[in-house]
Design a protein around this ligand. Sequence first.
Ligand code: ATP
Length: 357
Amino acid sequence: MVPKSKIDEILDGYDTSDITIATLCSHSSLQIFHGARKMGFKTLGLTISHSTKYYDAFPLAKPDEIFRYKDFDDFEERIGELQDRNTIIIPHGSFVEYMGPRRFAELPIPSYGNRAVLGWESDRDRQRQWITSSGVPMPKLITDAREINEPVMVKYHGAKGGRGYFIAMDYPDFKMAIDQSQPYTIQEYCLGTRYYLHFFYDPYKTDGYRCEQGGSLELMSIDRRDESNIDEMYKLGSIEESRRHGLYPSFVVTGNTSVVIRESLLPKAFEMAEAIVNKSYELFGGMWGPFCLETVVSDKLDFKVFEISTRIVAGTNPFISGSPYADLIYPGLSTGARLAMEIRDSIQQGHLKDIMS
Ligand code: ATP
C-alpha cells in the first residue's frame, strides 16, 4: 500500500482552497460530482472506455473536466496531472473493482477513507472474521460441499455484482454448476427480505448517535437492489420447472429502489453498524465515511449481514435529493454531498490528512 507519509507529503503540496474531487465515470459518479459541486469543489471525471455523453443530459452532475485514458497503465503514468490539480479521489465500488484492489491501494494520490480496509473487504475470509468478531450474525458457512443439505448460495471471490453466483439445493446441484478453477465460498441461503443499509461514520462529529471510540454514526438511506433475473423468476413458476428449460437464477444488479425498514428494526441496525465500526479501529485503524451493510431480515425479524461494502454504494443513487432518513439529519443531502461536506469541513478544521490515505 502507498505509505501514508507519501500521501501526507502530496497533501502538503496542495492548495486546499482549490481542491478537485475526482472519480471514475460510472457507478455513483453523478451523485459524487453533484455533491462535490454543491460543496463548492471543482470536479474531474476519469474514464478508460466508459461513454461520458450521458453527462450532457445531467448538467448539475456533469464534471467540470474529463480525463480519458487508454488503460489503467496510462492512468498511473499520468497521475502527476491529478496532483497538479490538487486532486482527491473518491473511490466507489466499480473504481476499486475495475482497477483491482491491490493496484488501487498503490495509487500515489490522496484517496478519501482508509485504504487498509481494502485488504479486509476484498478477502471473504477476513471480511467474515471482521463481521463475526464484531458479534454481528452472518449466513452460516458450509466448508464441505458434500454436506449441502439445505439451499445454499455459492459465491466466487471478488465483487462482481452477484455475477456468476448460484443457488444449489444439494451436492449434485453444486457439482453440476461449480467452476472449480475459481476460488469460491458456500453459505447458507438466507430466506427473507433484503435491505442495504447506507451508513456514514464521522469520526469528528460530537452529537447524534455516538460511537464507542468517539464520532457519530448516521443512517443516510436504505435501498433494495433489483437483481436480474432472480427477481422476476417467480413469473415462470418454480425454479425446478425453469431449470428444465435451461433457465437458472442469476443475481446481476440492474437498479436500485428506495425502501424504509420498520422502525423497530432501527436499533438493531445501528448496533450492528456501530460494532462493525468499533471493530475496524481494533483491526486495521478504522473505517470512516460511507459504508453499506448488506442484510437479509428473516420472518423472525433477525438480521443477517451477508456482505459489507466499505465505500459509497450505488444503492445511494435514488437519494440525490435526500432520503426519509437523511432528511432527519441534513434535509436534501445525498451521500455524495455528505462526503464532500466531510472533506470541506476537514479542510476548514485543519485535519484533511486524517481522513485521507
Ligand atoms: P456487490 O459487491 O456488488 O455487493 P457481490 O458480487 O459481492 O456484489 P453479494 O452482494 O454478496 O455479491 O450477493 C449478490 C446478491 O446475492 C445479493 O444482493 C443477494 O440478493 C444475494 N445473496 C447474497 N448472499 C446471500 C445469502 N446468503 N442468502 C440469500 N441471498 C444472498
